[in-house]
Design a protein around this ligand. Sequence first.
Ligand SMILES: *Cc1c(COP(=O)(O)O)cnc(C)c1O
Length: 482
Amino acid sequence: MNKPIIKENVIMEYHTEARSTDAQSYPVPSDIPKSYLRDDIEGMPDLSEPEVVRHFTRLSYMNHSLDSGMYPLGSCTMKYNPKLMEKAANYDGFSLLHPLVPGHLTQGIVKLLYNTEQYLKTVTGMDAFSLQLAAGAHGELAGMLMAAKYHKVNRTNKHTIIIPDTAHGTNPASAAMAGFKILNIPSGSHGMIEADMLRPYINDDIAGIMLTVPNTLGIFESQIVEIAKLIHDAGGLVYIDGANFNALLGKARYGDMGADIVHLNLHKTFATPHGSGGPGAGVIGVASRLREFLPVPVVAKKGSDFVLEYSVKNTIGRMIGFYGNIGIIVRAYTYMRMLGIEGAKEVSAFATLNANYIRAMLKDVYNLPYSTQTLHEVVFNDAYQNQNGVKTIDIAKRLMDFGFHPPTIYFPLIVHGAIMIEPTETESKDEIDRFIDAMKTIAEECKTDPQVVLNAPHTTPVRRVDEVKAAREPRLVYTKPV
Ligand SMILES: *Cc1c(COP(=O)(O)O)cnc(C)c1O
């Protein structure tokens, strides 16, 4: 006897009934032309709403996210993303705005872009910004194309960019794509570039340097001012990769260090859920003499109007359709306004404190390849654990059993077996202590019961996968779109 009391029951009963019959027998209104109807999908399960909801909710538990726990992936700045930012980005006025709506109806969003630029100019000390780049690597490419055009317009005949061995792989890739030759130089014993070491590499062909500050070891390039002077005296440009700006926000400015071009990852420093390459905003800031090379359109204020301008003297042109990942910029702006300048200072202070706390608590159980003071992240390696046959990859896998996302591993490349930890400022002391305990427990297990580490993870939905096989024999499945 069907006794539908609440709506959901009706749906369930309807589906229970429907499931027992042939899918073909669903009544299709006869006035829908056949060309608009989908063919049957073979093996398509016929399920009720609660069954579907529970299936996807169960699947979501199988993954790790910042909403479920700490995500100390070094270099990636996986901070917690306040829900307020999602609320702002989802306001209809932003999320439903069509990019072709004329300027007089889009003053709000263009003003938001303008204000974001003002804020970024203040905290970086750069003179102008473009926010339209879709990722850090995209910002690097735009920056390098600007550097190439600068040298072309000024007929300097310089073609080589110096990049240290600690750099993110995207740095040499971006410089090469912009047509430069790459000169890779080693860091000194303190994990940074020293002006005296750099001097012998300077010659007439040096078009500039790409330097990450602080670098991927978490170390501040403390000779940056001297390095910038050396490069400038040789007629080159200083590009700073500012993906690690979380360590400096509100404390130090790239403009004051002598940067000509910088990129920031709004999706790292200014919180945004990100991963797997997107979505992002790799904004670029420039010194005034490079303003004329910015990609178009640029945001400007004319009288009381906010406009997108296309007449930029030596522009490198368009880098993206419309104005990039606007939603990410709305999130970043919300974050900036939420924090204010005082809050911004606390971001870098706590990011640095948290990383240094982890460093101090773990330095006796994990090897520190560089003893130089670090900022927002700390790089250990597996040298102690190797004695028991345990490698970095095993430690990373074992951490998952304790409910943590593994840190970045085997990067930067100059550290053998690197374990790169970036807790960010958004983790509580309790959570960081739990992480430290887990790392200490694993170090102990490496001595007393290495098998438990070598066979980890034990509690995750997917256990140890054959990564070599996955890389050597990728199975690319093509699914016909429906
Ligand atoms: C993340 C990162 C990049 C690249 O940024 P994407 O947004 O992933 O393209 C470049 N350099 C450094 C130092 C980074 O940490």
